[in-house]
Design a protein around this ligand. Sequence first.
Ligand code: ATP
Length: 398
Amino acid sequence: MAEVLLENVSKVYPGGFRAVDNVSLAIADREFIVLVGPSGCGKSTTLRMVAGLEDISAGTIRIGERVVNDVAPKDRDIAMVFQNYALYPHMNVRRNMSFGLLLRRRFGNWDNPVGMLLSPSKYRAAREERVAIEKRVEQAAEMLGIRQLLERKPKQLSGGQRQRVALGRAIVREPKAYLFDEPLSNLDAKLRVEMRAEIKRLHRSVQTTTIYVTHDQEEAMTLGDRVVVMKDGVIHQSGTPFEVYERPVNRFVAGFVGTPPMNFLEGKLVRHGEALHFEEGANRIQVAPAHAAVLARHANQPVVLGIRPETFAVAGGGAPGQSFSASITLVEPLGDRCDVHLSTPRHEHLVARVANGHALAEGSNVQFALDSSRLHYFAPGADGHSLLQNLAADPKAA
Ligand code: ATP
């Protein structure tokens, strides 16, 4: 077990493309961290640099006390699980799980008839190492519920079972850290959810530092102690799942985390008497008292309002300044709730996620209540920063 530290790490591929740009990240001992971001954001490259599969162009990577920049992958004491499980097809599950460890035995070369003749004590030591490895394999198989599969070959296993074997092979190594690169993306949706829980349980029991890469924000949110959101080789935000969801630092993170994504409305902050309002065109929403202090300096300026789909409440409208009117363009039932697509004269595509049981007819108008303390405000532009960033730092405002 170990801390993993990245200090000002960059990767420039031959040809000059900067895939990772000055990334610094401290992953605590036993922490489960998830690197998440859209395709091409540099998350796999970052992981591969920690694994040693990719050279580092600049910066330092430490695993435990040791700088590993020039340490070969096999000597970094990490175990990696990839999207394609890369099991040996001709070996059974037991052998697939034990093979790497058997190769690394101190007395492995003596575990044969010649070894027995030349040095019975070394031969005995090699046998003891083998027995210890077999025990570790049995324990890992037990933990993953694949004990009954130990004698099967990979082709006799389902996708989920193969992925469990790949996990088992990583567990028996008892490494300093686990690195996962999209390990569940070959599985169907139901199995992915099952395996996700499995990986989380596994981490709870083995308590080993883990870095997990995925493009799936839901997977990131459910798995990580901490989620690191990347784009264009840069870390945009690192925080607990709660922090990145409730206090996104910019519009990119706000839009990336959450399904359906946050709605963004272009508008302006306007003063009416004492109160500050956001004007969208058809709707005027009063800024929550807790937000007004930090937003006051943006009065009369264009800003972007962020509304999470679940913040819309069907309650016959809210108090003045707390309601939002829109027309319904489409209703998508989802079993226990539905996604309601909305439009206003200024914003053609908004989505509200609401509980079932309301009369919501396509083509009709609806008045939602909005809890203004749950709204977000951003500077204009695709990556506009959150205008509420100072809020948490100011306990009076929070
Ligand atoms: P994905 O989810 O699609 O795997 P990612 O976030 O893991 O994306 P990386 O694989 O880290 O992204 O790649 C980051 C960027 O670096 C991409 O734009 C990719 O095209 C580029 N890249 C990756 N490998 C190389 C390479 N060997 N040479 C040049 N560019 C590369």
